[in-house]
Design a protein around this ligand. Sequence first.
Ligand code: SF4
Length: 689
Amino acid sequence: SAMRDTRIQKTKTVCTFCGVGCTFDVWTKDRHILKIEPTPEAPVNGISTCVKGKFGWDFVNSEERLTTPLIRRGDTFVEATWEEAFDLIASKLSQIKEQHGADSLGFISSSKITNEENFLMQKLARGVIGTNNVDNCSRYCQSPATDGLFRTVGYGGDAGSIHDIANAGLVIIVGANPAEAHPVLATRVKRAHKLHGQKLVVADLRKHEMAERADVFVRPAPGTDHIWLSAVAKYIIDQGWQAEAFLREKVNGLDEYSRFLQTYTLEYAETITGIKRETLMEIARMIRDADGTCILWAMGVTQHCGGSDTSAAISNLLLISGNYGRPGAGAYPLRGHNNVQGACDFGTLPKFFPGYQLVTDEDVRSKFERAWGTPLSDKPGMDNHEMIDAIHEGKLKGMYLIGEDMAWVDSNANHVHAALGKLDFFVVQDIFFTKTAQFADVILPASPSLEKEGTFTNTERRIQRLYQVFEPLAGSKPDWQIICEIANRLGGDFSYRHPGEVMEEVARLTPLFAGVSYERLEGYKSLLWPVEADGTDTPLLYTQSFHFPDGKARLACVDWVPPVQMPDEYDLHLNNGRLLEHFHEGNLTNKSTGIQHKVPDTFVEVSPELAAERGIVDGMYVRLESPYGKVKVRAVVTDRVHGKELYLPMNSVSDEGAVNLLTSSFTDHITHTPAYKETKVKMTVLEER
Ligand code: SF4
């Protein structure tokens, strides 16, 4: 009889392809993945996954993985030992710090690396170098949502769990496409809608799958969500449908907010957004009649000059209708990357230590100073966007970046490229030779999630452990070990033997995570923050009070910020977003052959009306041009878009089709998240097919 093959292993991991946080067992033999097996114990997904989680992993064994540090010599890179690379990094960083001060260095962390690694990155910046110039790529997507929630309810996270969404009577999705970007979460909504009478409202420029399923689908003019949301809030108050007792007991500022809303009439909303007043009245009635309303939103809301304010407007609407503090109600910003939530929670933000403790708060600062045995800066740092500008101004000289393809993910790529080219010293740490790495002085080969331990935090604030499936590919190292080695060479004492020890330190210093420990996260166990010292976690926020000193929520009176104006020749609005099959800039999924062949070329969606007007047929090449750059892509004619709307997937496959060659440097006026969704272009039809 055949012997059981002992080389076959089964290891639990957390999916890295979106913020839903599915977990599953990875069956392996040596370095081969035999299968991905979701189990009923998985708290988010149970036995389901989507195509990315199931098939997206062969990048781990890609020939293109970086397996040795590289050091720039003129226009090329030469292979180096880890020792050489570390020594060079330590000497360059200390030299720049001596000459230009700690604030001339910047640190960009990643929402793809673990919580523990994010903690170490900000500890390196703050505790070893002495600067708060540390940020992560949530700056590109979700910072505005967090800000809107900070202002109104206090915590920058989903109000409840993903399971709770199924209990809602009404789900409103604004500027998000969960069927492609958060597939397993979308499945919950689809099921509740189909089988349990849940109502669904979708507001989007593009008629995507969820829009097709919706009871009410509206297409507000680009950048006008704030107005229709506020008009619905005003109509609810005018009709006397507001949650009277809830507002009296739990919310501040109703009178002021009601006065503020005076301009947001249905007539005004119809004029600006193009949504019929009857439809807005219907949405208001649906909220009134629903047993619980959840509002889900993503980058269609946040990536605008007024993205933070619109996020606050969403929260306002939930507050006046009493939709917080019970299952099936509340705000759900949908985090994109797997660890957007955790990167922010664990402190790679310019104003916050871990757990959103302000660097300007003296008590907080002295707590960290005592723990780390070093004085810390009280000056808030620069965010990504400010760092790019500071490089252009000659103030930022050196940068250490992990796991972020900033050169193509940030908006106005040409402007970013010029900045990166000016750095005196630039370290890029990644698993592949990214486009950003082309600008580096030193490139360090890191290990992906399957090759290390740690935790990730998904969109619903759930902290989950991942276990090491494979040894790090020969030549690469886990990010946490690399950060420790660099910190130690710069005079730090980063003597962690395991990420679990990092988590112990975080728990000691961070009230939000007081009771978080690896024991409590063993296997498929998970915790939703805040976690009290005794281990009690919080699947549902705000059941007793809101996260402000007086326990009351705050209605935010914030005016609509109109979208950026462009010269008339840029006559088409260019929208962008994800494809189901791809992950962000495509760095991982482009390396997966199983996924690559399904969507081989970059394309732009053109409406049938526009195609007829310009003589475009499917497959023709067009040139799109904005004031910042141009791209050449194929046209796909589809009624998913309408009128003068174009849609370009952001998972660019070819360099010449990269959407960020077209986007501007305009940003959300509070968080500096790029206004990717406020891009105008002109289109030229090219002859070739
Ligand atoms: Fe992974 Fe997201 Fe798909 Fe779940 S829904 S398997 S977390 S990509």
